[in-house]
Design a protein around this ligand. Structure first.
Ligand SMILES: [Ca+2]
Ligand SMILES: [Ca+2]
Length: 425
């Protein structure tokens, strides 16, 4: 384990969830100030070449996972409601959301039961859950799931009971349906950004190698991260609005060569992504084909429209060819190969809690197949990385509570673990 050095500045789903959601160089600008907007940091901009991240110079000794909840069935998402309740909400793949009370008790009754509408298994299921930033007041929440009848992607809004303790499936209002050509690569993550917009990650549709070229096709929502406004009045015959500054939002009557919902593209299967709650940076774990698992990072002041490369490239290698045109592609800040049982990245979170100072600013990610937990952190112009843990878990997702504590779900046992750092003896 690395030791902390004060000078440092840090600034699959698969196999079971089916067969491997099988899988550099970031154009990184100066990190914006905590309040967003103007860049005040003196950190230089830099492009980080390929797969040769230096080791993390400083970091947490004695990182470990502490089991805090047991008894979930195929947990694949962990969310909080941001309502001051201190609860965690766990998606079970088959379509049920369970509640973990602040005292750690797993409530017997589901928060919501959508099992009658969800196709669970493989890479399908109740993949995403996001609470409206004003959930405490408006009780609005959003789900992303695979439709029972045909596996199509569904994004829906639901309204919880006034006490916020449950949500009636009959409150469902479907916002978006995207047909799926194959059962795999459905993406998953649903999250509100610091800008108040709702982001949804969709995979390339499935099969292998992106046979339809969806990742680079701006006329499909597959292989993209979408950005929707669910607060403005619905427009253009859709049950949501398009943020006017989306990169392909029409200007007047002028179309701009892509579907207006698209925020970023060139993604293979962005199963999990998250926003750094301090800087607003977007970190995407994009599952690789057969060679490279990658983490992409978008600065908090990005204007969107990034092309993360798939299927021109897998990680920082050309995909299927020895030469390819890298112009305009945003390559990963971190990638790792498939040696030693690694096969499918599960993106995590930048730790911003107050409990474990040595973990501060480190982006944690896991591998679904190997159980390894890695950390990535920016140090001036480079992104350092480290192997933090080698576990026996089947890491399906990370999650963050309201205080910034991080959790890991084990798909194998149904247990939820908290990421903790024990005090040095
Ligand atoms: Ca699919
Ligand atoms: Ca990529």
């Amino acid at each position: 384990m690395p030791t902390l050095r004060a000078a440092a500045r840090g600034s699959a789903l698969t196999v079971i969830l089916s067969a491997v959601l099988v899988g550099c160089t970031a154009a990184s600008s100066v990190e914006p100030s905590a309040g967003g907007g103007a860049s005040t940091s003196d950190e230089p901009s830099a492009s980080i070449p390929g797969s040769t991240n230096p080791p993390l110079a400083t970091g947490p000794d004695d990182l470990r996972l502490e089991r805090v909840v047991e008894g979930l069935n195929d947990p694949i998402n962990i969310a909080n409601a941001g309502d001051g309740s201190g609860r965690l909400f766990i998606n079970e793949q088959a379509g049920v959301v369970r509640v973990v009370e602040p005292d750690g008790t797993l409530r017997a009754e589901p928060f919501i039961d959508l099992a009658g509408r969800v196709r669970g298994g493989g890479e399908q299921g109740l993949l995403g859950l996001a609470f409206h930033p004003d959930f405490e007041v408006n009780r609005r929440l959003f789900v992303h799931y695979s439709r029972l009848a045909d596996g199509a992607t569904v994004l829906s809004e639901l309204t919880a009971a006034t006490d916020g303790e449950s949500a009636d499936p009959d409150s469902e209002r479907v916002l978006l349906v995207v047909e799926q050509p194959y059962g795999n690569h459905n993406g998953g993550q649903l999250a509100f950004g610091p800008d108040g917009y709702l982001y949804l990650g969709l995979g390339d549709g499935g099969s292998g190698g992106d046979p339809h070229g969806n990742g680079q096709n701006l006329l499909t929502l597959l292989g993209k991260i979408l950005r929707l406004d669910v607060d403005a009045p619905p427009a253009d015959g859709k049950p949501y609005a398009i943020p006017p500054d989306n990169p392909f939002a029409p200007i007047g009557f002028a179309l701009r060569g892509g579907l207006p919902e698209i925020w970023a593209y060139g993604l293979r299967n962005p199963w999990r992504f998250s926003f750094d709650r301090t800087y607003g940076d977007l970190y995407i774990g994009d599952v690789g084909q057969g060679a490279w698992e990658e983490v992409d990072r978008q600065p908090g002041d990005s204007l969107g429209g990034e092309n993360y490369g798939w299927n021109v490239m897998e990680g920082s290698d050309c995909f299927g060819t020895t030469v390819c045109n890298r112009t305009g592609l945003t390559l990963p800040i971190f990638e790792y190969g498939h040696a030693g049982g690694d096969c499918s990245v599960t993106g995590g979170f930048v730790y911003r809690g107050q409990t474990f100072p040595t973990l501060q600013g480190i982006y944690l990610l896991g591998d679904y197949c190997s159980g390894r937990v890695r950390g990535v952190r920016r140090a001036g112009p480079v992104w350092e990385s480290v192997l933090l843990l080698d576990t026996a878990l089947i890491i399906s997702t990370f999650g963050e509570d309201e205080d910034g504590n991080l959790y890991v779900a084990d798909y194998g046992t149904g247990n939820i673990h908290q990421v903790v750092v024990t005090a040095a003896p």
